[in-house]
Design a protein around this ligand. Structure first.
Ligand SMILES: [Zn+2]
Length: 270
């Protein structure tokens, strides 16, 4: 279902295809533009145009990301668990969920405000979960720019990170996202939470994905999924227990960090 893309090739293609008037970046990781925190956002200065976080660049760390919300029935449960375990996550939101005219939209606006208030990162995931490679100019305005406007209205902050629905992106869309100042955040750990029949199955799926990728990375979950909300404390407890066990053996652990750690890491290694 999810389209796999080869971002390295895209990066090369973008370099070749960038018109003379476009920002002159060296590679997609090469940040030429410092975002100076126009809105006072404390982490905005970490972000830059044209960067892509893939997830596998920061060994020994794991970052939690939640897509397709917010949902007033499930996201608050996840927020409480994140607080209980002292974890900061990123939420890639769909704008239609907190549009006033959507059923539950006003409730979801309150949840979005709460995501922001509790110090999590809010990212753009389009208005109605569209494949951005198929958008015309009007579609781009509605699906990408409108979501940022809504988030600004509700939280007072712009969105700096973007996750393409289905992981679908191409040279043109990566260039447009870059021009809008976005860092694109992909993922490398996908337990397919939407496929799990129950919380225990999701825990097992997550264990498998993590053990297969012992260097960690960016994990993709969905805060719209009740089983994900139920599995989250089990996953955190397992990670804590795993770290304790590995520490005793003198082996590397997997610390849970915010997505900003992955972005900051890229800046340091320019
Ligand atoms: Zn999605």
């Amino acid at each position: 279902m999810k389209r796999s893309i080869t971002l390295i090739l895209l990066a090369a293609a973008l370099l070749l295809a960038a018109p003379a008037s476009a920002p002159a970046w060296g590679t997609l990781e090469d940040v030429r533009y410092k975002i100076k925190g126009e809105d006072g956002n404390h982490w905005a200065h970490l972000l830059g145009r044209g960067k892509i976080v893939r997830g596998n660049e920061l060994g020994g760390k794991i970052s939690f990301t939640f897509d397709d919300g917010p949902d007033h029935r499930t996201t608050p449960i996840i927020l409480d668990e994140l607080d209980r375990f002292g974890v900061k996550a990123a939420f890639f939101v769909n704008g239609h969920r907190f549009h006033s005219r959507t059923a539950g939209g006003v409730e979801n606006q309150a949840v979005l405000r709460e995501v922001h208030r509790r110090g999590h990162f809010i990212g753009n995931h389009t208005f109605t979960h569209k494949d951005i490679t198929a958008l015309d100019d009007e579609g781009w305005r509605l699906e990408v720019l409108q979501v940022d406007q809504l988030v600004r209205m509700i939280t007072g902050r712009r969105t700096w990170i973007f996750r393409p629905p289905f992981g679908a992106a191409n040279t043109e869309t990566l260039g447009r996202l870059s021009a809008e100042g976005y860092t694109v955040v992909m993922w490398n750990l996908d337990p397919l939470d939407w496929k799990a029949d129950n919380a225990l199955e999701l825990l097992e799926r997550t264990k498998k994905v993590v053990e297969e990728n012992p260097d960690g990375g960016v994990i993709l979950l969905h805060d719209t999924n009740r089983k994900t909300a139920e599995a989250l404390p089990l996953i955190f407890e397992w990670l804590q227990e795993r770290n304790t066990r590995l520490t005793a053996l003198g082996q590397p652990t997997l610390d849970i960090v915010g997505i900003d750690h992955f972005i900051r890491h890229k800046r340091k290694n320019r």
